[in-house]
Design a protein around this ligand. Structure first.
Ligand code: NDP
Ligand code: 2IT
Length: 445
């Protein structure tokens, strides 16, 4: 048994039931074999065992009172996974499916993603099993204040800087920041994704979706191709999906379908994004509404059917394991050329294999493809510590350069180890090398 296999077996045994964490660790560790073989000193210093064990795991109670006066108790999490290259950095997810396994898979991915950005940010993730759906603004505020009343003692602008993820957007970040500032009496860059009027960065809201399209555009450009007239599917209709759609459409793509967790809409004439924004960002209603408002569009219950629509480009932007092996096979059979992941771990291990084996498909994995969000968070941190405010063009051009660089780095890392075109290998290896160097430099810590 190799070192990598042993570490993985131990990890699965010592973290029972954490299926999402096992999945992410398997995907990552199994690609690191060539680097590990080239560096026997990594095994001697138990580098992989240390990488896979969070530096700190914080679990806490979040009590809050709803509008009827009923008391609820949710679970709160912050996993401070790895600070080798910078302060812990990563989002907070509020969704009923959140558990320790989900937060750990996200945290492990985040370490390598943040390394790929080229910026000094470590990896962390947090959240709660709180469900923001259907809650009043006051209930959201009460929950966020209670969550921060514990979290504040573990975070800081140079220690750990949370941001948004599923269920945590501008509104939640505002309430979380307000409570942090009240408790600590400090107006600092302790959260990113803040409003523009109180320390946020222009383009952060759009950054994950735009970045996803920029890296895909670079992959297309190098193949003499572009987004022009590409039939595109985008899953989800939240922050990442909406801004991926906006940028893809501006480059000429024809986005024909999107979804929320109830079902998908199909608009063969091309999605009218203003209608989606109105329904999702302004009214906070279900995507089903779109079919009532736009002639020619249809609504279909359930999410999975979206992947049966023939397309050139698939941008999964909702959640983990939304593309299983069967859906991946249908996408490939229907001729998909580019699959780029806005969501974290949207493809199952079987789906990844299907994409990698299909020679016609360029597959850009999440930790590279969706790194634009956290990269722009790091730009927000730089502006906060410098007490500066950069114009949108400056942030956007930095984001674009970062995404193009990520593409070239993962491409070169794949080639270096003899896996040309395999960006899963490329992204894991390129992200890992910088972490490994830093961890070795720090000694056994
Ligand atoms: P949002 O909460 O804004 O949107 C999430 C979208 O995904 C909604 O349309 C939601 O539908 C849908 N969704 C969530 N869970 C499920 C599910 N179990 N089944 C089907 N649909 C689901 O989140 P974001 O757009 O911020 O995040 C989307 C993905 O992108 C996540 O995987 C996140 O980790 C990743 N990501 C986000 C970044 C960011 O900066 N925000 C950065 C990098 C990655 P519904 O409203 O019905 O729940
Ligand atoms: O998954 C992610 O990279 C995010 N949710 C964004 C994290 C961040 O700190 O901006």
């Amino acid at each position: 048994m190799t070192y990598v296999e042993r570490v993985l077996e131990d990890l699965i045994r010592r973290n029972p039931g954490e299926t999402e964490f096992h999945q992410a660790a398997t995907e990552i560790l199994m690609t690191l074999e060539p680097v590990i073989n080239a560096h026997p000193e990594y095994e001697k210093s138990a580098l992989l065992e240390r990488l896979c064990e969070p530096e700190r795991t914080i679990l806490f109670r979040v009590p809050w009172v709803d509008d009827q006066g009923k008391v609820h108790v949710n679970k709160g999490y912050r996993v401070q996974f790895n600070s080798a290259i910078g302060p812990y950095k990563g989002g907070l997810r509020f969704h009923p499916s959140v558990n320790l396994s989900v937060i750990k898979f996200l945290g492990l991915e985040q370490i390598l993603k943040n390394s790929l950005t080229g910026l000094p940010i470590g990896g962390g993730k947090g959240g709660s099993d709180f469900d923001p759906k259907g809650k009043s603004d006051r209930e959201i505020m009460a929950f966020c204040q209670s969550f921060m009343t514990e979290l504040f003692r573990h975070i800081g602008a140079d220690t750990d800087v949370p941001a948004g993820d599923i269920g945590v957007g501008a509104r939640e970040i505002g309430y979380l920041f307000g409570q942090y500032k009240r408790i600590c009496n400090e107006h600092v860059g302790v959260l990113t994704g803040r409003g523009i009027s109180y320390g946020g960065s222009l383009v952060r809201k759009e950054a994950t979706g735009y970045g996803l399209v920029y890296i895909t555009e670079e992959a297309m450009r190098l193949r003499g191709d572009s987004f022009q007239d590409k039939i595109t599917l985008i899953s989800g209709s939240g922050n990442v999906a909406i801004y991926a759609c906006e940028k893809a459409q501006s480059l000429g793509a024809k986005v024909v379908a999107m979804y929320d967790s109830d079902g998908y809409i199909h608009d063969p004439n091309g999605i009218q994004l203003e209608v989606i924004k109105q329904i999702k960002e302004v009214e906070r209603r279900r995507i089903k509404e779109y079919a009532n408002r736009v002639a020619g569009a249809t609504y279909h219950e359930g999410c999975k059917g979206i992947w049966t629509i023939p397309c050139d480009v698939a941008l999964p932007c909702a959640t983990q394991n939304e593309i299983d092996g069967e859906s991946a096979e249908i996408l490939v059979k229907n001729g998909v050329k580019y699959v780029a992941e806005g969501a974290n771990m949207p493809s199952t291990l079987q789906a990844i294999n299907t994409f990698l084996q299909a020679k016609q498909v360029v597959y850009l994995p999440a930790k590279a493809a969706n790194a634009g969000g956290v990269a722009t968070s790091a730009l927000e941190m730089a502006q906060s510590s410098g007490r500066l405010f950069w114009e949108a063009e400056k942030v956007d051009s930095k984001l674009q350069k970062i995404m193009v660089n990520i593409y070239h780095n993962i491409d070169e890392a794949a080639k270096k180890y003899g896996f040309e075109g395999n960006y899963v290998m490329g992204a894991n290896i390129a992200g890992f090398e910088k972490i490994a160097n830093s961890m070795m430099a720090h000694g056994i810590v």
